[in-house]
Design a protein around this ligand. Sequence first.
Ligand SMILES: NC(=O)C1=CN([C@@H]2O[C@H](COP(=O)(O)OP(=O)(O)OC[C@H]3O[C@@H](n4cnc5c(N)ncnc54)[C@H](O)[C@@H]3O)[C@@H](O)[C@H]2O)C=CC1
Ligand SMILES: O=C(O)C1=NCCCC1
Length: 312
Amino acid sequence: MAEPPVLIRQDEVEGLLHYKDLIPRLEVALGKFSKLDSAEVIQPVRTTVPLQKYNGFLGLMPAYLVHEDILCTKLVCFYKRESGSTLPSTQATVLLFDPEYGNVKAVMDGEVITAKRTAAVSAISAKLLMPAKSEVLTILGAGHQALSHYNVFTETFSFKEVRVWSRRKETAERFAQSTQGHVTVWESVEEAVNGADVIVTVTGASEPVLFGQWVKPGAHVAAVGACRPDWRELDDVLMRQAKVYVDSREGAVAESGDIILSGAKVFAELGEVLNGTRPALREKTTVFKSLGMGIQDAVSAKLVFEQWKNKH
Ligand SMILES: NC(=O)C1=CN([C@@H]2O[C@H](COP(=O)(O)OP(=O)(O)OC[C@H]3O[C@@H](n4cnc5c(N)ncnc54)[C@H](O)[C@@H]3O)[C@@H](O)[C@H]2O)C=CC1
Ligand SMILES: O=C(O)C1=NCCCC1
C-alpha cells in the first residue's frame, strides 16, 4: 500500500523554494512545452469553474512532464476583490503524484509556489526581452505578486530605481516599507511608468490600467493580472504596438482579455525564444502576457519535494 501523502506547509515551501534553483528548471520546462511534443509535456488549458456568487473561479491546472516523470495538479481559487477587501485574491493547493501508482505523494501550499513561479517566469521574460540598459522598474499593484516580482527582479537585475503604484496610496506605501531596498511611491500610473524600462502589472484590474501612450518605446511589460477573457490590464494601443510574447499560445487565446479583446497577434511563446526558434526583439516595445501554467507549478512542486526529502 502507498504511503500517505506528506503535508508541506506554506512556511516550509517558502524556505525550500529558491529562485536560483527554480529559474533554470522553469526555462527547461518552458522550452520543452513549446516543442509541442506530447511525448514530452502534457498540459491541458486550465479548466475553470465560475464561483459567480463570490466573484471568483476555481482553476484546475494539471500537468505531466514525461521524462522527468512529474505528475502534478494545482487547485487554485482566484477572485476579483473590491477595493478595501481583506479577503485573499488567490488561494492554492498543489498535489504531487506518483505517476506509476497514482497516489498523491505530497500535498503542499500553492500560494508561495504561485507567487514565486509566476515572478520567476516574468524575470525570464525580462532577461530575454528588456532593453539592454534597463535602469527603471515600475510595479503596478502592491499585493503578493508585487512582492515576489520585486524580490526576484531585484535579486536578478540591477535597477537604479524601483517605483510602485497601487490604486490605494496607503497600500503602495505599506509595500514600499516592506521591501529590502528603496522603492518610490507614485500617485498616478502615468507618472509611475514615465521613462520606465520595465513595467510589471500585477493588479486585480478588469479594465485597462496601463495605456500605450505612457509607455516608453522599447520598454518591456510583464503583464501578470487580467487572467479572464473579459478582463484587461493593458489598452488596445499598447497591445497592438507591442510585440506580444506569451507563456502558452493556447492558454493566451483562450483566457487573455488583453489579447482576445484587442485583437493583438501573439508573436512567440517564451519557450520558443528559449529554444531559439523565435527571436527576442529586445529593441522593440514588448509585452509578456503571463497566464500561468501547470508545468510551472509541477517543476516547482518537484523542487520543493526534493528539498523537503533532503531535510527529512
Ligand atoms: N499570470 C499568473 O500566472 C498569475 C496571475 N495572477 C494574477 O495577478 C494579479 C495579482 O495577484 P496577487 O498579487 O496575488 O493579488 P493581491 O490581491 O495580493 O494584489 C492585487 C493588487 O491589485 C490591486 N487591484 C485590485 N483591483 C484593482 C483594480 N481594479 N485596479 C487597479 N488595481 C487593483 C490591489 O489593490 C493590489 O495592490 C491578479 O490579477 C491575479 O489573478 C495571480 C497568480 C498567477
Ligand atoms: O496560474 C495561476 O496559478 C493563476 N493564474 C491566473 C489567476 C490566478 C492563478
